[in-house]
Design a protein around this ligand. Sequence first.
Ligand code: 6PG
Length: 479
Amino acid sequence: AAANIGVIGLAVMGSNLARNLASREGNVVAVHNRTHARTEELVAAHPEAGFIAAKTIDDFVAALARPRTAIIMVQAGAGTDAVIDQLAERFEPGDIIVDGGNAHFRDTIAREQRIALTGIHFVGVGISGGEEGALRGPSIMPGGSAESYRTLGPILSSIAAVAEGEPCVTHVGTDGAGHFVKMIHNGIEYADMQLIGEAYDLLRTVGGLEPDDIADVFAQWNRGPLESYLIEITAEILRHTDPATGRPFVDVVLDQAGSKGTGVWTVQTALDLGVPVGGIAEAVFARSVSAKPEQRAAIRRIRSSRPEVQQADASFVEAVAKALFASKLVAYAQGFDAVVAGAEKYGWNIHQDEIARIWRGGCIIRARFLSHVTEAYAQNPDITTLLEAPYFAQAVAEGEDSWRRVVATAAHSGVPVPGFGSALSYYDSLGADRLPAALVQAQRDFFGAHTYRRTDRDGTFHTLWSADQSETKLRGTAG
Ligand code: 6PG
């Protein structure tokens, strides 16, 4: 037994993670794949890695030094359980089974409970950064027991991205906490991508810019507060010309967005937790709308005229940047609200400042402004929303006029901005002196006797709407 770590499942993410592990001082990596030819291919292509190729699961387990530590990198789903069971049958108490796929955190909680009975550690680990990240340094979000993290922590630290001198990994919390936080990461990723898409659409449709010019705008934005991986790759994509047609690449891609489910999970979970994540939900819905070609064609057909696109002035590009930044802050604030609520519900001791820190590098949503998120939560972990922290409050205040102007211009011009629009409405809802929720409560009481509370007295009340409209006090003390 010579390997301190093993990887099972050698598709691109698994292979790259195995290569990353092997490239770090002190690691010896055993690799195994259901189809052995894949293992042989990897080992032959990367002799420098010094992999120990395991043909069977028994060979794999025999190759691991104790405590045995194996990272499963198979497609999330039933396949994961099969591999977990194969390992659990052969591992001993104290050994560690890691699931590095995008598993649902509730599955991870259940698996951990099941495996814990055997004395083996089961650890769900969120890994972000795509193929490139897996190879060069991802952001890593491990859950599981503190005990397992003592073995796993140093191994994961050795392969994680480094941001501001520190590896982008932390023990997020117990059992499913790591996969939970990875799921929220993906929800925020959806929101961020949608907002960038809307900014592009506005610059093109209202701003009259060509993809090449917009690439320049994005490249410039990437040197300021908006600096992030997603802005950077957007500039690169917009500059790309389709070799087959010579047209801008973005114009030859079918405008129907797919998804693998983690964004939907985020929204479903947030609904269960009662956390408004409208920015993330709108991003998920925007993908669904895009993938309804029949409905889109029907409305295009029946529309006799189109709104006249408003003229953009010289300040429009800057206004879009501000609207984008403000909307993005809302999406991140909502995502962090979901992290806080999840931690409370599932009993995880999650440090929000640490989460923002490990998202600074390696992951898809890595961005400069995340240091301000870390700072905000480090100063006061109990802020009610990120939007009240000084940096964010000021950024939104500075961008507010532009934000409103951009959303109004979009509405007048017929450019869909579900992300910008819902973010602004969310901000306005939080900031309103009074919300029409009062009327909604009255309606609920009218048709369903669902009761209401009053602004001027304690207690719970019901009005006899269909009788003499007198008010009854149902519960409560002070009169
Ligand atoms: C990451 C990504 C990764 C994957 C998404 C894509 O953090 O590296 O989030 O996990 O690319 O799952 O999700 P969709 O296919 O749903 O867009």
